[in-house]
Design a protein around this ligand. Sequence first.
Ligand code: NAD
Length: 498
Amino acid sequence: MRLIDHFLAGGAGAASARHGDVFDPNTGRVQARVALAGGEVLDRAVASAQAAQPGWAATNPQRRARVLFRFKQLLEANMEELARLLASEHGKVVDDAKGDIQRGLEVVEFCCGIPHALKGEYTQGAGPGIDVYSMRQPVGIGAGITPFNFPAMIPMWMFAPAIACGNAFILKPSERDPSVPVRLAELMREAGLPDGILQVVHGDKEMVDAILDHPAIAAVSFVGSSDIAHYVYQRGVAAGKRVQAMGGAKNHGIVMPDADLDQVVADLSGAAFGSAGERCMALPVVVPVGERTADALRERLVSAIGRLRVGVSTDAEAQYGPVVTAQHKARIEQWIQTGIDEGAELVVDGRGFRLQGHEDGYFLAPSLFDRVTPQMRSYQEEIFGPVLQIVRAPDFESALKLPSEHQYGNGVAIFTRNGHAAREFAARVNVGMIGINVPIPVPVAYHSFGGWKRSGFGDTNQYGMEGVRFWTKVKTITQRWPDGGSTGDSAFVIPTMG
Ligand code: NAD
């Protein structure tokens, strides 16, 4: 059986005592085993990172950018192979896997402009003969801990800016689909990255704890579920690190009575069920405003859901594939049962779906609930599956309150033709990323990504200039070059610029 090993400096892995199974969600069969390690393997990675990082930081930013340019070309050249490998471990359809890689590639493109982003600031004549300038220097060694649902994009959100800024980076990807992260590291080496600057270590909680406690790791970026994000944030900060930790989500789509319902249904179908709902920017809750909007929307959703095709990842006609593991499938089914028990109306039941020839795959057909209320646990918690919940709201103010008061605050969308309502909504809603007639408002690579409340711990977003800020420290220099000899004056009060 194929063994997925760590990617340490020079490419040589390390013997691991523990291993985990990597499944093919399309068949339910184990297709590979992944090494699971802890402190010892991490120590090796850190030692290599420490040896390599000063030289990389001293490499001028234009040369560092050139490695990223070559990496981008390699990603494009290997897109098909990477997407198929990704789909075979994650379960998303191949075209969606290409989107996963493409969104990471766009962050790499942004990082090709790193010389401009690192230019710093300068003030001439801040005082008599005094100039002040600031520079951004790498934090040193950074680490990233990533979830299963975007095994290409999220590692690239982190390692592209970290490395462009002159850091060494250690990636701990999800143990459920670890092959693509290793391929990305191989391609970075092929692009000319020195050994030790990007390494991949595999593991579970044991490795995560080793990273959080390691004194040589200066900054940790995490993306995953909220309880673990909170844990990572607290433990990392207690160890004196800079930490950003993105968590779970429950994004709402508000549908105003004047919205174009055909377009809304098309948008919702993709945003709620694409990737089997396993996206932190999925739209699993729809909030129609007014009973007439709700009834019309429900009718159209039922008919659109009936036309969706669930299939294996390689089925070019399928809209989405299986969920990631048998345990996750069981968990989603449990949430559907909870919704029924809580009194929500199950309009379309996706349980019990079996794909012919793939009866052991982890497939779920789409489910639709109506008359879900904010008191229900199935509304309050993240389901992370192909389940869409309708929560009816009588008016704009009540609709605005729902996402604003929810424990998660990742993304939200409003569908309307009324510019005033949209503007008011965007200004007042208590959520980090807003779509106006855009169902999945993942910001482009030169803006930045981050949710509020329990969707994000720490104060810096992912990628864009926020990524550059996270992976660098600011150093500020105040300089004076006196003309001639010393005045001999001492100052006993705090210096001011008068
Ligand atoms: P997860 O929290 O189970 O795992 C994330 C990472 O944490 C993995 O690398 C895993 O090995 C590690 N981990 C797991 N258990 C741990 C423990 N007890 N202690 C320390 N580390 C542990 O998340 P997942 O199931 O892989 O991904 C899905 C979740 O990620 C969803 O909640 C989704 O909303 C969230 N997510 C958030 C964003 C965002 O940007 N906000 C993006 C993608 C996914």
